[in-house]
Design a protein around this ligand. Structure first.
Ligand code: NAG
Ligand code: NAG
Ligand code: NAG
Ligand code: NAG
Ligand code: NAG
Ligand code: NAG
Ligand code: NAG
Ligand code: NAG
Length: 791
């Protein structure tokens, strides 16, 4: 619905998809545990101190060891479970790869006595994560791709790459998951399909449901919950990442196009961890990621998260994401839909790709031509072919102008006229349309609320309509005030590509700075996330009759939608460069992103002003350029350890994060400051004497063997940035070279604000561009993000 005020806007836009669960071992071996334990026991995620590794000669597997730890604190006399009272039955998941720990049913007393055990680090009560989609349940058909003529060539459409999607389910018979022409998955694939065997194929190679934790808190989540049972969101995200070509699909009967995901020949493995509007359980997310990494996915696509997730040591996506990148699995995660307030970005660990959302160049144009000849381009998904283009009287409704009171929308007042309505009343735009149609109106103009700026989210209305921006709406209102007989006509122009005012970052897209590591620019990058058309089992809220193919596609918005675009693009890069680390793929995406829109102006935020880096990240993804970046800022999993020491995590917390790597002691290694992490963007704080920051970096040549790169710095005159050395001469591929970036103010340092610029390495073939973000004060107090428990 069209939100009436910004507060409600934020609530409505918050993503409703949680894809945060780490995969885990399902422990309850077959026995159905009674789900009624009278509320005495609650779900906890228990982190075990590393190096308390299980002793293979004492326990047959990790889960029996975890059960023995649990048994040492379970008060069996107080046991109130109806059935099997063993510790094993209380164990929900025993994690193998992503963390040294388990999820279990525990009483408060048991948690208390556990805290005295030397193997104990932390027990966290259950938590629900959310899917990151906004709510636009209107139907639509389909169009071409978001990056026409771009990413693919005949030999690389993601063949053999497996994208693991954690979401709310999938619709297996959907044409986007047709396996025609797709080869079987590579031999390394160990996953499985828990559907009815006939529905998986070479496109949809895995489908599993993780609900062992969720079933304790949500009634009706019970075995077996197959991934097929729900999944509009998961079908949409999966088909965006790797949907097959679906020719001949169309938009409400207008325009013919071909639907396809970003990596149309890649394989999809769906891990169901979210359940309709209930959300996604943290410990199920952890379990799904645990298994997905083990089963052999190459990319993980997480359109879910927790807007308040804190510490990397206790967030399943950060914890399992680390294990993922250690095993070479690329992780793309939604930045969240809590914008435009600052410091709202989620999934901010530096080993994840954090994705923001923007509009695409595609519009569904429905113009308003006023009696004075002035024309405004609005949008509508309902594009009638037979609507006569004639001037008709323009009126507003007789109540508050929001067309939300059926009593005043009578044929005497609205019959045969075009009614101008302000969004934000008690009716959604669709409800306004239905009421006006019932009152005999000829058409409708909906004025979008001011907070949306230039972004319109078109609907399939019950009558000819145009949704216009707030600015256009005020000019229409002024014209109506200026004449006694205002008239207008609606002109339908169908699907129009190439909108030069795109991309524009969405109002809902969460903003930086990062709360956990303010010295790392987050979000990383922006992708298409507004009015995205992709597959669904069946569209919701349909107001006009669908054609058979259109009924298989819907339009959704959110960073949930932007994330699988990046997952699919990462799959194609991985196919082209199989040996690249996840950090190298991320670097390629970040250093080649576009900072200008199609008119060559800086990409704008929803308010029309240039989007800053805390909104846009490095820019809007440019898939073609990301395939050949020239240079990459490489990092391996172990490179984050001295960095985590610099963030002042305790040794135990770091050991939890890096599990299954052996435990570490920060006292015995040099600390890496945030400014010196070899990240493809640079953040510097000039907040204290001597007002100079040296950031060290290293680039690896992945382009031509013999090549020369020259540093080019673009910064405002308040800043001096020098690069030493300023020329890098490479002799061969995979050669790495270090340099230092020295940042200082020109004259006296500014007292507040941020300054942005770019460091670009230029060769005859490549342009490798890093954002530079300089702040003259810390974004948050030094100690707020580093107050960790110490054990
Ligand atoms: C494992 O348990 C066996 C038997 O108690 C013991 O001999 C061995 O030292 C233990 N191994 C480790 C690594 O603790
Ligand atoms: C398996 O799929 C077939 C065909 O789609 C269907 O008729 C059957 O009921 C399904 N079986 C189960 C157990 O879901
Ligand atoms: C909107 O709903 C509220 C609460 O139901 C009501 O008080 C108000 O009059 C309604 N406004 C309109 C324009 O119908
Ligand atoms: C149109 O006239 C109404 C009533 O006089 C006024 O409240 C409104 O601000 C005017 N709108 C514009 C855009 O001029
Ligand atoms: C297609 O892409 C692959 C790797 O991405 C590349 O090796 C090949 O040369 C490309 N082919 C064409 C015709 O561009
Ligand atoms: C990055 O570093 C890893 C580990 O040293 C190495 O395997 C890889 O080849 C490097 N380069 C790229 C482009 O990933
Ligand atoms: C910063 O780097 C430059 C160039 O390498 C060096 O000359 C200077 O001493 C460094 N300054 C600090 C404060 O580290
Ligand atoms: C550090 O944190 C404590 C407790 O949260 C707070 O009282 C104190 O003001 C903080 N110090 C600074 C410098 O912000």
């Amino acid at each position: 619905m069209d939100p009436p005020n910004p507060m409600r806007l934020a609530a409505l836009l918050s993503l409703r998809v949680a894809i945060f669960f780490l995969a885990s071992l399902l422990v309850s071996t077959g026995t159905a545990v009674a789900h009624n334990d009278h509320g005495v026991h609650k779900n906890y995620l228990v982190i075990v101190r590393t190096p308390y590794e299980y002793n293979r000669s004492l326990f047959k597997d990790v889960s029996s060891w975890h059960a023995s730890l649990l048994a040492s604190v379970c008060d069996m006399a107080e046991e109130e479970l109806d059935k099997d009272p063993s510790a094993m039955a209380r164990l929900i998941y025993s994690y193998r790869h992503v963390v040294n720990g388990f999820a279990a049913r525990l009483t408060v007393e048991e948690v208390r006595s556990m805290a005295g055990m030397d193997w104990f680090v932390k027990a966290m009560p259950e938590k629900t994560y959310r899917l990151m989609t906004t709510h636009t349940p209107e139907m639509l058909g389909l169009t071409g791709t978001t990056f026409p003529g771009g990413l693919w060539n005949k030999t690389n459409m993601g063949e053999g790459i497996i994208i693991g999607v954690l979401d709310d389910g999938i619709n297996p018979g959907h044409p986007s998951f047709d396996a025609t022409g797709i080869r079987p998955p590579p031999a390394k694939w160990k996953g499985r399909c828990d559907f009815n065997s006939s529905v998986c194929n070479n496109k949809l190679i895995g489908a599993r449901s993780f609900y062992e934790s969720a079933k304790w808190k949500w009634r009706g989540i019970d075995d077996p919950v197959l991934p097929v049972s729900m999944g509009s969101h998961g079908t949409h995200t999966s088909s965006t990442a790797a949907g097959a070509f679906v020719p001949g699909a169309n938009v409400m009967g207008n325009g013919v196009g071909t639907a396809a995901g970003m990596a149309p020949r890649a394989h999809i493995a769906l891990y169901q961890v979210c359940f309709e509007d209930k959300g996604c359980d943290r410990d199920d997310i952890l379990a799904a990621m645990d298994d997905a990494i083990d089963e052999g996915v190459d990319v993980l696509s997480l359109s879910l998260g927790d807007d308040e997730a804190g510490d990397f040591a206790y967030d399943p996506i950060a914890l399992a994401g680390y294990t993922a990148i250690m095993k070479g699995v690329f992780v793309s995660a939604a930045g969240g839909n809590m914008g435009p307030d600052p410091a709202t970005v989620a999934n901010e660990a530096p080993w994840l790709l954090t994705v923001a959302a923007a509009t695409t160049d595609r519009r569904f144009v429905a113009s308003v031509k006023l009696g004075n000849g002035v024309e405004f381009d609005g949008e509508s998904l309902f594009q009638p072919k037979d609507f006569p283009s004639v001037q008709r009287p323009l009126v507003r409704d007789l109540s508050d102008g929001t067309c939300s009171d059926e009593k005043v929308l009578t044929p005497e007042h609205v019959g045969g006229k075009i009614v101008v309505c302000d969004a934000g009343g008690n009716f959604t735009a669709l409800e306004m349309g239905a009421a006006l149609r019932a009152g005999g109106a000829a058409g409708m103009i909906v004025i979008t609320i001011e907070e949306f700026g230039s972004v319109i989210q078109p609907k399939a209305h019950a009558l000819p309509a145009s949704q216009v921006t707030y600015t256009a709406g005020q000019r229409i209102r002024a014209y109506m005030n200026s004449t006694n007989n205002p008239t207008g006509e609606l002109v339908f122009k169908g699907t129009v590509l190439g909108n030069r005012d795109s991309p524009v970052v969405a109002v809902f897209s969460s903003r930086g700075p990062s709360k956990q590591n303010q010295g790392i620019l987050k979000p990383d990058i922006t992708g298409p996330g507004v009015n995205i058309i992709a597959g669904v089992p069946k569209p919701a809220g349909l107001m006009t009759p669908p054609n058979p193919l259109a009924a298989k596609f819907d339009i959704l918005s959110g960073t949930s939608m932007a994330t699988p675009h990046l997952s699919g693009i990462a799959a194609v890069i991985k196919k082209a460069h199989p040996t690249w680390t996840p950090a190298a793929i991320k670097s390629a995406l970040i250093t080649t992103a576009d900072t200008k829109d199609r008119q060559g102006k800086p990409i704008a935020a929803h308010d029309g002003y240039p989007a800053n880096m805390l909104t846009l990240g490095a820019g809007f993804v440019n898939p073609m350029k990301a395939l050949s970046p020239g240079l990459v800022y490489n990092l391996t999993a172990v490179d984050y350890i001295p960095y985590l020491c610099g963030l002042k995590y305790s040794d135990h917390e770091i050991s939890s994060i890096i599990h299954p790597l052996p435990p570490v002691s920060c006292a015995q290694m040099p600390v890496v400051e945030q400014k010196d992490l070899n990240y493809p963007s640079i953040t510097a704080f000039l907040d204290q004497e001597p007002y100079v920051v040296n950031a060290s970096r290293m680039v690896t040549n992945v382009g031509r063997g013999r090549s020369v790169y020259v540093a080019k710095v673009e910064v405002p005159s308040t800043l001096s940035v020098t690069v030493t050395p300023d020329t890098l001469r490479f002799k061969k591929v995979n050669q790495a070279k270090r340099f230092t970036v020295t940042i200082r103010p020109v004259g006296a340092p500014l007292m507040k604000g941020i300054v942005e610029g770019h460091l670009t390495w230029v060769s005859t073939q490549n342009v490798v561009s890093s954002p530079i973000l300089v702040s003259f004060k810390k974004f948050v107090q030094d100690n707020s993000s580093t107050a960790h428990l110490r054990h």
